[in-house]
Design a protein around this ligand. Sequence first.
Ligand code: XIL
Length: 361
Amino acid sequence: MTKHSLLSLLMLCFATAGCNQKSPSAVPDNSQVSEGLAAVSPVTVGVAVGIGRFESQASLRYSPEAKALQQTVAREFNQVVAENVMKPQYIHPSENSYFWDDADYLVDFAKQHDMAVHGHTLVWHQALPDWMNTYSGNWDDMLKEHITTIVSHYAADIDSWDVVNEAFLDDGSPRQSIWQTNLPDYIAKAFNYANQADPDAELYYNDYNIAGMSKKLDAVLAMAKSLRQRNIEITGIGFQMHIDRYWPSLDNIREAFQKTVAAGLKVRISELDIRMNVNGTETELSPELAHLQQQRYQDIILLYLNTVPEEYRGGITFWGVSDKNSWVNYYYQHADWPLLFDDKLQRKAAWQGVFNAFTSH
Ligand code: XIL
């Protein structure tokens, strides 16, 4: 059988769900499918990767498994995002110096493999260099210099940016941060400076919990509306979507996407991962859990494709490659399996869920 006819057979089989119905624990053997997700995705499909030495095993550059990681990333995705090395702490370590080396490495990797790069993130309350935390000069000038330097450096290579990350709390109130304290209009200024530095780049506001917490989303949309009223460019909203097997409901997510589109803003799923061990009681990803995760991934991706019209889709980015290196394990301090590839970089049932959604849409 040729690769192509095998693929068609598999796709037919998954589209009719015949392969999956035998029993919930019959995880499909997706190692047979030769194409990566990028080959079948109707939208830009990205992944966050480590690059720095400090990112050890997750590093596309320095990990002992770097080659295998690179092959997987290049096969499966058509966009990359730096998981850390474009954050202010790493890229702008002292007031008068920038560290481009790791971020440039990612840009070169993307060029070699014909992939896009999404920039993350210009302004955030975390991952700040010490000098910024204690800055006592002119904050407006400093913000302008920071954004202009980074966005100009990558103007030829980066098509879209997270300009501001996580500026609101879950109740919709503005987050207290050095930016809020020292430059209350920093969000508008940041978007303005980014737009001036690269008028062609897509500019996003990015945040978590906004697919499930309507007060927070409303505050974000009100902010975007007020930027536009002031003629300040904003392309869309990044929904991080660090979510779990139960929350948010599909209805909540649909409503959030619809509201955003109705406001004339693009919707980007910017940091997708799905936790399956919310209470920390599971000790392994059982076949049943793997199957539930497959379904959850499939539902979310299909919902995105069915709810967000093509011209409003900013794409889908997964927050990491393999479960082994997911930030979730560190953040929640217990094992979880939130991503599409297992510890050996093999495709999980979750991968199949995404593949099914892309191919059945
Ligand atoms: C996380 C990285 O994945 C970790 O490696 C790092 O230690 C902390 O930051 N929201 C964001 C991302 O916007 O930048 C965060 O990334 C995850 C939550």
